[in-house]
Design a protein around this ligand. Structure first.
Ligand SMILES: [Fe+2]
Ligand SMILES: [Fe+2]
Length: 500
């Protein structure tokens, strides 16, 4: 059972109801949400909120774009912005394309630097620290997306690429010239620049050194430093070591075979590292908000989100420890260089659009889907709590983006718009594991299969992220026009699914 909501949570929910959710929930649902409710009620409300249509409405409420029709919310028709007096003849003319944005599953994706993987206790999930690094590695001659292999170590990931290097002169071999770290370093998917697994060289192709490389994608809120997601590693918590990073969690492991437990330990360890990195991301976001003079309520919500990411991390390490049968915790996180990119308003807005509005919106709905699929009550309850909080984090990003667009220069608006013209570069499916495990058992314990998460990510882009972005940009553009300022409509019209 989920822990009772604290007074702080109840108070915050009540304020959110008034500010953002009035249009989104029925009076009964709103009352349940505001009061914290019983677990079952809470889950019912969250199930409602996990729906794409409701998430879109929550975002539009958060950015103050009035309301839209239910059909439009569901992404099955054009999105009509009720409350926006928009310009004529462009994407801001009141009708913004709804469904049909972006491509199907398998193309919307990219990645978060979880380079490396595995193990059980002592699982090592590599990240920004040291993996490849790109120094001294030869450049590939070609790299094309391919279907994910059906089995083997490269069968699990978000995207597979077939990467080829020049054939070396004998007696040198592919292995001599292209160590695995270099092959992994050649992988690129959105803002991840390091793969998770490489298979090859492909003996069927004697004219080059070719490898299938698979990678994971950014999910939640990554901590990016110089374009690369920075993660810690999972380390064993020996007796007497600090166990504060692992909550005491007791999922029912009695029916799980040894391999499935190992796979779940690996999966939850990676999830926990993502959450751990999100703490750093929000810590930096608080500084960003202060640097650009953002309103106090945004700073306060960022601070709350930071604390919730710590909760998510301790929950994740607690689950990883439970499946591993050994205490696990994060290593120290390398945060050096984390502020190198400065405090320029446009750069901050672009980062929020990528990491918060796109990646974290997708993450919130993926976690909600994992909650719905979970059969273990401990997992279900934990994911319900995390999904609710991740949704709030995503909404915070959308609210900030509205503020930044309204207060920023046209160049900021153009930079943000450009992010949404290729949103698939900033979406992921989260942690994956190459370890074998029973698919249904893992599903019941919070690990949705990659294909389901991949499809959900594409769907969320098409039905939630892009309609919300177009509505927001239209609303801001309309006000900018009234104020005599330009708006980069050409870029807005270039967004996937935009009205012709
Ligand atoms: Fe989180
Ligand atoms: Fe989050």
């Amino acid at each position: 059972m989920a822990a009772p909501l604290s007074a702080r949570h109840v108070e915050r929910r009540q304020s959110w109801i008034h500010q953002e959710r009035q249009d989104c929930l029925s009076p009964g649902e709103a009352q349940t949400w505001a009061s914290g409710g019983a677990d079952s009620d809470s889950l019912a409300v969250m199930k409602h909120a996990s729906d794409h249509a409701t998430m879109l409405r929550l975002i539009l409420g958060a950015v103050g774009v009035a309301s839209i029709s239910t059909a439009a919310c569901a992404g099955c028709g054009s999105v009509v912005i009720d409350g926006v007096s928009s310009g004529s003849g462009t994407a801001g003319s009141g009708a913004v394309g709804g469904g049909g944005a972006t491509s199907g599953a398998g193309t919307a994706g990219s990645n978060a630097g979880s380079g490396g993987a595995s193990g059980n206790s002592g699982v090592t999930v590599g990240g920004g620290a040291g993996a490849g690094g790109g120094t001294g590695c030869p450049a590939p001659v070609s790299s094309v997306p391919v279907d994910m292999p059906q089995n083997g170590p490269c069968s699990v990931g978000y995207e597979a690429e077939y990467i080829c290097f020049s054939l070396p002169k004998p007696p040198a071999t592919c292995e001599d010239l292209y160590p695995k770290a270099c092959v992994l370093d050649a992988y690129s998917c959105g803002y991840q620049t390091y793969g998770d697994e490489a298979c090859g060289p492909d003996l069927a192709n004697p004219d080059a050194c070719c490898y299938t490389v698979v990678g994971d994608c950014p999910i939640g809120r990554p901590f990016l430093v110089h374009g690369r997601a920075r993660l810690g590693t999972v380390v064993s918590g020996d007796s007497g070591a600090d166990r504060s990073w692992a909550d005491r969690m007791e999922p029912d492991v009695s029916a799980l075979d040894r391999e499935t437990r190992r796979a779940l330990a690996d999966f939850w360890g990676q999830e926990a590292l993502f959450e751990h990195a999100s703490v750093a991301s929000f810590a930096r976001f608080v500084l960003h908000l202060l640097a650009v003079g953002a309103p106090a309520d945004l700073v306060q919500r960022a601070q709350l989100a930071l604390g919730e990411e710590i909760e998510h991390a301790t929950l994740g390490f607690g689950l990883a420890s439970a499946y591993a049968g050994a205490a696990l915790r994060p290593s120290a996180l390398d945060v050096s260089g984390g502020l190198d990119e400065g405090f320029e308003a446009a750069g901050i807005a672009v980062a929020v659009a990528r990491e918060g509005c796109i990646a974290e919106t997708v993450a919130a709905l993926q976690i909600a889907a994992a909650r719905d699929a979970a059969t273990d009550p401990v997992i279900k309850s934990a994911l319900a709590r995390v999904a609710e909080q991740e949704m709030e984090h995503a909404l915070l990003s959308w609210r900030y983006l509205r503020w930044a667009l309204e207060h920023g220069e046209v160049s900021l608006q153009a930079a943000v718009t450009a992010v949404f013209t290729a949103p698939e570069a900033h979406v992921g499916i989260g942690a994956t594991t190459a370890l074998p495990g029973d698919r249904e058992a893992m599903r019941g314990h919070g690990c949705l299969p990659p294909d389901e998460r991949r499809a959900l990510a594409a769907d969320t882009l098409a039905r939630v992220v892009l309609p919300a972005a177009r509505a927001l940009l239209a609303a801001v553009g309309s006000r900018a026009r009234e104020a005599g300022s330009a708006m980069p409509w050409a870029e807005v019209n270039a967004m996937p699914g935009a009205a012709a």
